[in-house]
Design a protein. Structure first.
Length: 224
């Protein structure tokens, strides 16, 4: 049975990822900042562990809880968005750094901490959640300064991980869920079940040849 660890799995995309992978027989480990309130995640059959991705002590506690257990796939899903429609002058340093800390540093810190677990697994797939908002080429409407910067930064980080970790047999890939109907989007957009089903197909079909790609739920690459 393959093992997958999904961060930020207590709601939205993360919760649906846990649900669909667990339903298909995967051994699912889902993290939540407040595991005592993650009843829906627990009901999927997933093992629930606490994690705050911006807190080094929390990441260290997760590593200790995992205790060298193999992980086949990591999905660094935990992410935030703050004040998406803010004008340039309305973007504050504190909000900007909070978004980047969660969306860019968080996945890097988590993947680095769990690298030994991933090396002990068979599939050795390391993924995180990018976005069309990360694309400089596709940005033709502006807005979303903090969120865009965090995801573009994540792309750069994952590209670097690809180059460093590919020789060790780790496949680093970014996923794009699309504009999904979650709390973050105010319930507008693609049904979360459809987005996750697409990403699940992508993850299950990944091979080392896919290292360095940004792949959408529809199987299409996102332009850099």
């Amino acid at each position: 049975m393959a093992t997958i660890l999904i961060s930020g799995a207590n709601r939205g995309i993360g919760l649906e990822l846990a649900r669909q992978f667990a339903a298909d027989g995967w051994d699912v480990i889902g993290t939540a900042r407040r595991p005592e309130a993650a009843d829906a995640l627990r009901e999927t059959g997933a093992e629930v562990l606490p994690l705050e991705v911006t807190n080094p002590a929390s990441i260290a506690a997760l590593v200790q809880a995992m205790n060298g257990r193999p992980i086949d796939v990591l999905i660094a899903n935990a992410g935030i968005a703050i004040n998406l429609e803010a004008k340039p002058a309305e973007v504050t340093k504190d909000e900007f750094l909070k978004v980047v800390g969660t969306n860019t540093f968080g996945p890097l810190a988590l993947a680095t901490a769990l690298k030994p677990n991933l090396l002990a697994g068979e599939k050795r797939i390391v993924t995180a959640m990018s976005s069309l908002m990360s694309s400089i080429e596709a940005n033709d409407w502006g807005t979303q300064y903090s969120y865009r910067a965090s995801k573009t930064g994540l792309n750069a980080v994952w590209r670097a991980l690809t180059l460093e970790w590919e020789p060790e047999g780790l496949t680093c890939v970014l996923l794009r869920p699309g504009f999904v109907a979650t709390d973050m989007t105010g319930g507008q957009g693609l049904a979360v079940e459809e987005s996750v089903a697409g990403m699940k197909r992508v993850v299950e079909g990944l091979t080392p040849a896919d290292a360095g790609r940004i792949i959408g739920y529809d199987g299409l690459d996102v332009p850099w």
